[in-house]
Design a protein around this ligand. Structure first.
Ligand code: PSU
Ligand code: MN
Length: 304
């Protein structure tokens, strides 16, 4: 068995990659575990359209019928968004989902693995997983950080959610050798909010400059990933002070209900959705679209 035999790219994605055209990978956990139906599938389609409008080919990644699908048809996207038994697949779960034939949605970590295997080097998402608050007790640190340290894919995110411990997340990324570059801001954006109060390690203001860093870094052996932190547009953000209240309430609830492991992020996200009366979802959609547009520009700059 070879890795190639497990990959099932669509004809469109395969042709684009063969021709050296810009391709942007997209994750699927955000569809199955991050947003409620039917906004999840509407958003997934909208984000693909944004990438096309930006001159790149979208490749949404998921596990279906024992294959790692690189690019999904409309019907497959719909099937994934409606299914209720979809596995949340990180690095630890990818082979399990493939071997057992269960449907699986890929996290940032697993999407990076699949994108790299398929030859895609730019990936747009919402927020990455990181070091959770209280990790000194729970040891809850997302496999996304490890993957960023080892797999050479540029991940365009809106930073780390403030429900994580952002300073600890930055420390781990530094240890793992991951450059963290804020786009057009000096501060590390915090997902729903443009501000975190924490200075970003680096700032770049254009896709061309980001592509130059990616190209230069690719010369080194075992260079790993790059994290771009792109702030949500001003008009769509929920301010940092307001978010802080919702986040502590949601985290406290997760603690009280003894939520553990892979269930933590989806649980806290759904609590925040309730607490903000659905506003957090609108912000989430806006920031993913914003990241997709930037990722398309970076992919174009890399292809040029
Ligand atoms: N952030 C969101 N929605 C999501 C996720 C993050 O706003 O659905 C998902 C991503 O797929 C990310 C994963 O990779 O959660 C991290 O989960 P964990 O902390 O269990 O590694
Ligand atoms: Mn975790």
């Amino acid at each position: 068995m070879t890795l190639n035999a497990l990959l099932a790219p669509t004809e469109e994605v395969q042709a684009a990659l063969a021709a050296g055209k810009p391709v942007v990978a997209l994750e699927s956990t955000i569809i199955t575990h991050g947003m409620p139906f039917p906004r999840n599938v509407e958003t997934a389609r909208q984000v693909e359209a944004d990438i096309r409008a930006g001159g790149a080919i979208p490749a949404t990644i998921a596990i279906l019928d024992g294959k790692i699908r690189i690019g999904l048809s409309d019907e497959d996207l719909d099937r994934l968004a409606r299914a209720e038994n979809v596995m949340k697949c990180s690095r630890a779960d990818l082979a399990f989902a493939v071997a057992t034939g269960r449907p699986g949605a890929t996290t940032v970590a697993a999407t990076m693995m699949a994108a790299h295997a398929a030859g895609i080097s730019v990936f747009a998402t919402g927020g990455i997983g990181g070091v959770h608050q209280g990790a000194e007790e729970t040891f809850d640190i997302s496999a996304d950080l490890d993957e960023l340290g080892r797999t050479p894919v540029c991940v365009v995110s809106a930073g780390a959610k403030a429900l994580l411990d952002i300073p600890k997340t930055l420390e781990v990324l530094e240890t793992k050798g991951v450059p963290v570059i804020a786009h057009g801001t000096d501060e590390l954006p915090a997902f729903w909010s443009r501000e975190s109060g924490i200075e970003a390690p680096y700032r770049l203001d254009s896709a061309d400059e980001i592509a130059a860093v990616i190209k230069t870094r690719s010369v080194f052996a075992d260079h790993g990933g790059i994290l771009i932190a792109n702030p949500v547009p001003e008009a769509d953000q929920i301010g940092r002070d307001e978010m802080t209240g919702y986040i502590s309430a949601a985290n406290a609830k997760a603690h009280m209900e003894n939520i553990r492991g892979k269930a933590v992020t989806p649980f806290v996200l759904s609590k925040i959705l309730e607490l903000t009366d659905g506003r957090s979802l609108e912000t989430n959609i806006a920031l993913v679209r914003n990241n997709a547009r930037l990722a398309a520009r970076i992919a174009q700059a890399l292809a040029a």
